[in-house]
Write a protein that binds this ligand. Structure first.
Ligand SMILES: C[S@@+](CC[C@H](N)C(=O)[O-])C[C@H]1O[C@@H](n2cnc3c(N)ncnc32)[C@H](O)[C@@H]1O
Length: 367
């Protein structure tokens, strides 16, 4: 009797479709190819090869290597990846290589369309901790930020492009009265400021306002402090500090967090403490990843698999490593909105900016 019930409830065994299987194998081969190209995009960015090539006429591998001050043999092998990967154009008769301007527009520093090669650096970053992540699959343990080589440098390039470059034209005007208040002089905190690029730009732009940046990473704060000193900014202070248990009630007129909530130890407690830290009339401007909390809603979200991979290999483990919840990169805008409300913000406006469909911006006022 029991056997009959089990048999009846089992789902039908799907038939094996050979065409689907062959198509899927091709898809996986393409994925492997794309992954290898992406690794080499990172090298093209970090060596400056894309920037060099964007400024050269079609050139031989020797010419490109010389212009970039790199080893010709390595450059030639990298170029072979770029040619077979459809990134670089090759002229066999002249043995010359060229980076088309339409491709340079997505792969070079200051590229008008945004430099996607910056994100390619996340792949070797994930690869560097694969052994530790494999252990964590068994133990469930988290990782520390310091285990990720160059994390703060990569993050600083990412936010340099997505946040700092857009601050004055797009981001701060999300709160219409804010630029004028910053000109007059207010107290500003950036929570989880990383290497401090956004605060340094704001402190230089608004000399009457005072800026504070806190971040867990002593190395990130050391970089930020050095940069502020070089810029000669006196209205700016950085401090290495764990924001768990943060408590500076009624101290700030503006609090920002740029991609710095979901991987904290306790995001809900952090947002509540930021709410308390605002003066009456203060504003919390929060940027975070704009995916949905529901997996099924993210099937068409830009670079969703990439973001879940970053979550699995970085954002979730660093939160778990702090004894946190491990919400992950794709914690979802719905979760963020709920936490903002629970923290005491009556309403929060939600914005998605045209230059950056991956992120969401919440503007929340302390009434
Ligand atoms: C994704 S990075 C963003 C950094 C920076 N806001 C930017 O846009 O470049 C997240 C930052 O949150 C910081 N962070 C994570 N947990 C923290 C904690 N408990 N206290 C303070 N900072 C923390 C990390 O050190 C890291 O710099």
């Amino acid at each position: 009797m029991a056997q009959t019930q089990t048999a009846t409830q089992s789902p039908a065994i799907p038939t094996f479709d050979e065409n689907n299987a062959a198509a899927f194998q091709n898809r996986i081969a393409d994925t492997l190819n794309s992954g290898a190209i992406a690794m080499m995009l990172s090298i093209g960015h970090r060596t400056g090869l894309f920037d060099t090539m964007a400024n050269l006429p079609p050139s031989t591998s020797a010419g490109i290597a010389e212009a970039a001050s790199l080893s010709e043999r390595y450059v030639r092998e990298w170029l072979a990846v770029m040619v077979t990967g459809g990134i670089v154009h090759y002229e066999p008769a002249a043995r010359s290589y060229a980076l088309p301007p339409e491709h340079a527009a997505s792969l070079t520093r200051g590229a008008p369309l945004g430099n996607l090669a910056i994100y390619a650096q996340d792949l070797p970053l994930m690869g560097a901790v694969e052994g530790r992540i494999l252990e964590s699959f068994e133990t469930g343990a988290g990782l520390g930020y310091e285990e990720y080589p160059c994390f703060h440098q990569v993050m600083s390039e990412d936010s340099g492009q997505n946040v700092v470059a857009q601050l004055f034209d797009t981001i701060l005007p999300l709160v219409p009265a804010l630029p004028a208040r910053l000109v007059k002089g207010i107290e500003v905190l950036d929570a989880g400021c990383g290497t401090g690029g956004a605060l340094i730009a704001m402190a230089a732009h608004y000399p009457n306002s005072r800026f504070t940046g806190y971040d867990l990473g002593a190395d990130a704060i050391a970089t930020a402090t050095r940069a502020a000193k070089v810029a000669g900014l006196m209205n700016l202070r950085f401090e290495a500090r764990d924001l768990s248990g943060f408590d500076e009630a009624g101290r700030y007129d503006l609090i920002t967090s740029f991609d710095a909530v979901h991987d904290q130890k306790d995001p809900q407690a952090l947002i509540a403490s930021l709410h308390r830290a605002l003066r009456s009339g203060g504003v919390y401007l929060m940027q975070d990843i704009g995916g949905s909390a529901k997996l099924e809603n993210n099937l068409d979200f830009p670079m969703a698999a990439f973001l879940y991979a970053m979550s699995c290999a970085h954002c979730m483990p660093v939160s778990l490593g702090q004894g946190g919840e491990g919400l992950g990169t794709m914690w979802g805008w719905e979760t963020a909105q709920r936490m903002l409300k629970q923290a005491g913000f009556g309403t929060s406006e939600r914005h998605v900016l045209p230059h950056d469909p991956m992120n969401v911006w919440f503007v929340s006022h302390n009434a």
